[in-house]
Design a protein. Structure first.
Length: 256
């Protein structure tokens, strides 16, 4: 059918009858009907599926290479107990944090979050690049990212770069959100078990990665940092034990 139409179009291209040309051209260029339309649809579907697999494979390879480069900037993050909310329980090695069932009596100081269940890393960064990984397996809610040194630590805490926090959060077990000035809902193919956080201070960039699937989650870009940035963590409320699993700062495996 296509060959026949091609021949007719070739003949038509030499005609001097404009009316015949206008009348014949649309029908010759319309898609031909097939007896087995399902076969045609199936062929297209397979082609699109193969293209999608090729694109996803190439993207995974690119993000894998990117993550390997970023992991070279891994730093040893230890939680700062002087910043921890009285509701939080930190492990002795400063690598794990979870929310307890009661508020502990702790000395108040300007660095401590008094109500929001937050904690910062001990060391802040005012230049260069740094990267760390956090295991989030078993949790239904969490906040992760970085915060500038001058953030408000008393009372209500709003997650936004405008308030000095660059964070990605999990809510209700499956809702991932980037806390940009206008919140961005993230639709991830898989639920991250380990999240990588990367900061390029000079470039004004904060990026998040799914370490196990070697995929990119979200990036804040185009910011100008003017003070120290600290790793930021919140395991959120216990929720009757449903969210009692701790956030765990994990060693970076450079051979993944």
């Amino acid at each position: 059918e296509l060959k026949r139409r091609s021949t007719e179009l070739e003949q038509l291209s030499h005609t001097e009858d404009d009316l015949n040309l206008l009348q014949s051209f649309p029908s010759l260029c319309s898609p031909p009907l097939t007896k087995d339309s399902d076969l045609c649809v199936g062929t297209v579907r397979r082609g699109v599926s193969q293209l999608e697999e090729t694109v996803m494979s190439e993207m995974k390879r690119l993000f894998d290479d990117e993550l390997k480069r970023i992991q070279q900037y891994a730093v040893d993050v230890i939680l700062d107990p002087d910043t921890a909310s009285p509701w939080l329980i930190l492990s002795k090695n400063g690598k794990e944090v979870r929310t307890g069932e009661k508020k502990h009596k702790l000395p108040d100081n300007p660095k401590r979050f008094d109500s929001a269940v937050n904690v910062l890393g001990e060391k802040g960064f005012s230049s260069g690049r740094f990267y760390y990984e956090v295991t989030v397996t078993g949790k239904t809610e969490w906040n992760l990212g970085v915060a500038r040194e001058s953030i408000n630590r008393k009372g209500t805490v709003t997650l936004s770069p405008d308030n000095g926090r660059w964070a990605v959060i999990l809510r209700d077990g499956s809702k991932y959100i980037a806390c940009a000035p206008t919140r961005v809902h993230l639709y991830l193919r898989e639920k991250p078990q380990k999240v990588g956080v990367f900061v390029d201070y000079e470039e004004g960039q904060v990026s998040f990665y799914d370490v196990e699937t070697r995929s990119h989650i979200y990036s804040f870009t185009g910011y100008t940092f003017t003070e120290k940035l600290y790793p930021y963590f919140s395991p959120l409320l216990n929720d009757g034990g449903k969210n009692s699993t701790p956030l765990i700062i994990s060693p970076v495996n450079h051979t993944d």
